[in-house]
Design a protein around this ligand. Sequence first.
Ligand code: ZN
Length: 319
Amino acid sequence: MSQSIVGQRIYINEVGVRDGFQIEKTFIPTETKVAFIDQLSRTGLVKIEVTSFVHPTFVPNMADAEAVLANIERNADVIYTALTPNIRGMQRAVTCHQSGAKIDEMNLFMSASETHNMANVKRTTAQSLEDFAVMVPMAKAAGIKLNGCVSTSFGCPFEGAVPEARVLDFAARYIELGFDGVTFADTTGMANPRQVERMMRAAMQRFPQTEVTLHFHNTRGMGLANVVAGITAGVTHYDASIAGLGGCPFAPGATGNISTEDLVNMLQDMGFDTGIDLDKLLAAAIKIPLIVGHEVPGQVMKAGKTMHLHSVPEKLYTA
Ligand code: ZN
């Protein structure tokens, strides 16, 4: 990367309250979610995925989607989004939006892998695309923007490698259907930096008018390296999760999104402009273990910012 990147803007979309809270076994009270989203809204984040419209039997922690959206305090600089995989969820989302609990953008998703899509949403990819063709006009008619996520873009835990052309063709189909942006998600942390750079160079060339976002899980420790690879290929939008929360209830071993505060710390050290106040973000992150009742993967929240200096101890034994 050249010096010309210094000061370049990178946009971060917080997904922890959705991708993270959804897998928690204990129900997180709606007031706790609302207060936490309000705190995140004041950190400089550009986008927050606040909830999902999914069947409460499968994802009980998201059962309060409408109540969360109705009670958060809006910051005009933040785009508030919600996720749904199906028509029923879109119907709920549109009703919620029309009742005054506004949703700026809906995020729709399916997997590039046939097996993963069936396991995740009980649909073939063709059926998911048919559903999207119904859902897109519903959102547009209500004035809601649309983002489409291609899950398992960089590998499937059941099938292994997913052909690059297949992933990019799904993104092309999304754009034809009227999606405003496309997210390529590494749902189970199988991506590596070389693969990310190669695929994203192809994506940026093929979809120059579309907002492309990358969504990485740090399952195998390659999350932040994959971000650097994505930036090298020209991608400027990244999903991340406060304190490294996250996973997917229907994907084996899909732990931990990349941590928002670790990502911001790295990008700031590298000279990028994230628009985010890292101290405010860390103040939010340290609340997460109390909210979810267990340890979390975030590293900077434990080690402190890179330039958080220490007094010299008596003895040092470090390599
Ligand atoms: Zn995810």
